[in-house]
Design a protein around this ligand. Structure first.
Ligand code: NAD
Length: 498
């Protein structure tokens, strides 16, 4: 029975426990998805997984039926009921208008932590880093992936980088708890807080705050650029790395690839209510339908799922049989190396080889050991009382092609009427008034900063009045940002050169 044509009928062919088992929503996906899901489910069931599968349809077919989200409403009902999602990769159709299903599912279900163990399997799988064993914990909901983008002028578009304190607290707590539960000794944080002092600065600050509660763990922070270089060159110096969304997206692929292959890594997406398990790679359409693809990434995602639903015994059985298969040199094409590998197999034959080794353990590679792990303590996030907030200024962003900064300043001053002053104009963040340099290239997108007199905070009505006056002067303002203090601390950055 082919999982691609009829997932429900394929599931009926699996010899599962007659009744009971943890309900799990399953999507067979696109491209190589159905083949690797079929192989993975056969192994999980043969190992004795106590799971009750509910198939849903997501991905290319749903997109092309006119659903721009790629997931039908009934699929959400299943996900909200089972709270556990085992998902094969899907294809996002080319062209505009289709929203990323992965991002939608992660954000809608609040799956804030993406956990990607990246392990080398030397000498059985070729790698430049034979001792590599790093877990990447990626924040999964925020950052530039909030997807809030605007074209503001002829020349300028923007994407908002949203970082929240709840988001930082949840991911930092998760990283430390994961390290403690999985016997990791060191937790490293990557950010770019030398440049993004408020957004990445908050991520780093919360990492330090929560880290205090884990005195037994070594903690360190690297600026992401040099951290990434060190990870690529010498991954053995890292144990667990926690990062904001974009850096984590990029560097977890780098880490998986240098460990051996992107085809080997599984991924868990964990939320307060639900969780999703998958391979890190995509649907590899060119390999589809040929029984070639390596099911290992999805299978190891399934191992993480078994641990999550409290079936550590089965997770260990599956993982150890898989390690033994790799160690015996039974490899799919992507990891096959002449002289090291002993047998080249296709997707379903690989599954059969793993099943034949259930109950065995690796002899050279380190065996998996999930049974004795302490439970992670992940309290539900609770809101704290807010700070005292005062509006001490406003940035008015203006669309003005080909103007001189002095002339723009004169126009912007005409709108003023209260105890505040125009203090600065920047272009792409660089101060161009007062005292700009003629060498600075200016676009048609300007930020004009008004600051209140000390002790005389602005209020919303004054800002509305200012904008009304600017509109009457014909100023094409495109957005405003309030400059606030929180318990006296400035909540805004300075202009470069200010
Ligand atoms: P990809 O990961 O699908 O494939 C890249 C290459 O890696 C393949 O050509 C193949 O050579 C190799 N590869 C990947 N997985 C393999 C496996 N299991 N076994 C053997 N070789 C494997 O990346 P892509 O080609 O950039 O994307 C293809 C589609 O997948 C796109 O539509 C993309 O949007 C989608 N995608 C989906 C997910 C997901 O569902 N989680 C993630 C990434 C990409």
């Amino acid at each position: 029975m082919n999982a691609h044509d009829n997932p429900a009928a394929f599931l009926d062919t699996l010899k599962r426990p007659a009744a009971g088992g943890t309900p799990v929503t399953v999507a067979f996906g696109d491209g190589i998805g159905p083949e690797i899901m079929q192989a993975s489910l056969k192994i999980l069931v043969a190992a004795g997984a106590r799971l009750a599968f509910e198939p849903i349809d997501i991905g290319e077919r749903v997109y092309l039926s006119g659903n721009t989200a790629g997931i039908a409403p009934e699929a959400w009902d299943s996900l909200r009921r089972t709270k556990v999602f085992y998902k094969a990769p899907i294809t996002t159709p080319q062209g505009g208008g289709f929203k990323s299903l992965n991002v939608t599912v992660r954000k809608t279900l609040g799956l804030y932590a993406n956990v990607r163990p990246c392990t080398a399997y030397a000498p059985f799988i070729a790698t430049k880093h034979p001792l590599m064993d790093v877990v990447i914990v990626r924040e999964n909901e925020e950052d530039l992936y909030a997807g809030i983008e605007h074209r503001q002028t002829d020349e300028v578009v923007q994407c908002l980088k949203i970082i929240s304190r709840p988001g930082c607290e949840k991911i930092a707590r998760y990283a430390f708890e994961y390290a403690r539960a999985h016997g990791r000794k060191k937790v490293t944080c990557f950010t770019k807080d030398n440049i993004m002092k408020l957004t990445d600065g908050l991520f780093h600050k919360v990492f330090d705050e929560i880290g205090v509660e884990y005195p037994e763990l070594e903690k360190e922070h690297w600026i992401v650029d040099i951290g990434a270089a060190k990870l690529a060159d010498n991954p053995g110096q890292f144990d667990l790395i926690v990062m904001p969304n974009l850096y984590g997206d990029i560097l977890s692929d780098v880490a998986a690839e240098i460990a051996g292959s992107v085809g080997l890594a599984g991924s868990a997406n964990i939320g307060e209510h639900c969780a999703m398990f998958e391979a890190i790679h995509g649907s590899a359409p060119r390999r589809a339908g040929q029984d070639l693809a390596n099911p290992s990434g999805l299978l190891l995602g399934g191992v993480q799922m078994l641990v999550h639903v409290g079936q550590a015994d089965v997770a260990e059985r599956v993982h150890n049989a898989w390690l033994k298969t790799i160690e015996d040199g039974v490899h799919t094409y992507d990891i096959f190396t002449e002289g090291v590998s002993t047998k080249k197999v296709g997707t379903q034959a690989f599954a059969a080889e793993v099943i034949a080794r259930l109950g065995q353990r690796p002899t050279t590679l380190r065996a998996a050991d999930y049974a004795a792990r302490p439970t992670m303590r992940l309290p539900t996030w609770t809101r704290k009382p807010g700070a005292k907030k005062e509006i001490v200024g406003i940035d008015v962003f203006v669309h003005a092609p080909g103007v001189d900064a002095d002339a723009l300043a004169a126009t912007m001053k005409q709108g003023m009427f209260g105890p505040y002053d125009l203090t600065m104009i920047t272009n792409r963040g660089v101060k161009v008034w007062p005292g700009g340099l003629p060498e600075t290239f200016c676009t048609d997108h300007w930020r004009c900063r008004y600051m209140a007199e000390p002790g005389k905070p602005l209020h919303h009505a004054m800002i509305a009045e200012l904008l009304g006056r600017l509109a009457k002067k014909g100023v094409d303002f495109i957005k405003t940002e309030h400059l606030c203090t929180f318990d006296g601390e400035p909540g805004y950055s300075l202009g470069q050169g200010q």
